[in-house]
Design a protein around this ligand. Sequence first.
Ligand code: GLU
Length: 280
Amino acid sequence: MKTRFAPSPTGPLHLGHAYSALYASDLAEKNQGEFLLRIEDIDQARAQPKWEQQIYEDLSWLGIRWVKPVLRQSSRLDQYRSALQHLDKMGLIYNCTCSRRDIQEAANAPQEGSSLNLGPDGIVYSGKCRQENAGISVDYTKPIRLNAQAAFNTLKSPLNWVDNGAKSMAKDKFLTQIGDIVLSRKNMGTSYHLSVVVDDAYQGITDVVRGKDLAEATAIHVLLQRLLEVPTPSYHHHGLIRDENGTRLAKRDDAKAIALFRQNGTTPDEIRRFVGLPQA
Ligand code: GLU
């Protein structure tokens, strides 16, 4: 068994991150497996060395040990490019230069119905550029989307996976609730979905542990795994840690930052108790 924790160094780790990291490292330990750490720093405009440093300090303080060396996504751009080329050869990707505003306006247009159709990759894309750029060769310096319908048409068996039980997603549901996801963002050369799939496969991750907020994105990851012909790990999505008002914690909630608990004299065992995990 190989598990991992894959934080983005764009802010302090909070209780929710501690939950994911401890859960993943406990699971590996229970099964005599390995626990890996991956720094998801593809958003170079937001990633900062000070946050990466703090991730190492917070995890060490929690008593977590990881296999070295740490994998940094910023060192993997060639691999993301190769994955895009593979999908390109299959005829499954196209450039999309629609702005956020174009997408929102298209989704709001009266003929499309009134409510915004929001999926795990944002607003379900109208497909404007898919039609306009059909047959045009892909420019890798520009944003790229997956043609989800064409992608599904290549599958030889249903899209299913294990996430605390058997899960599946049918093509029609994917097309209406998720749509043509972004595989490469402006100035990034990749996207969260593409890089997470390429790297989970490269690192041989057998069990992905993360918060329930990413559960809906799993269908996207499984589809990409099938297209890239890599194994699908088992998924374990845990409940989210909420604050006193029931609001989900985000990185900007510095009040719940692990660093602050440390400063205030909280112990790692108390953190385990807060998130509902057994003592080490
Ligand atoms: N990097 C993502 C985050 O910090 C998590 C990725 C994952 O676990 O799949 O939210």
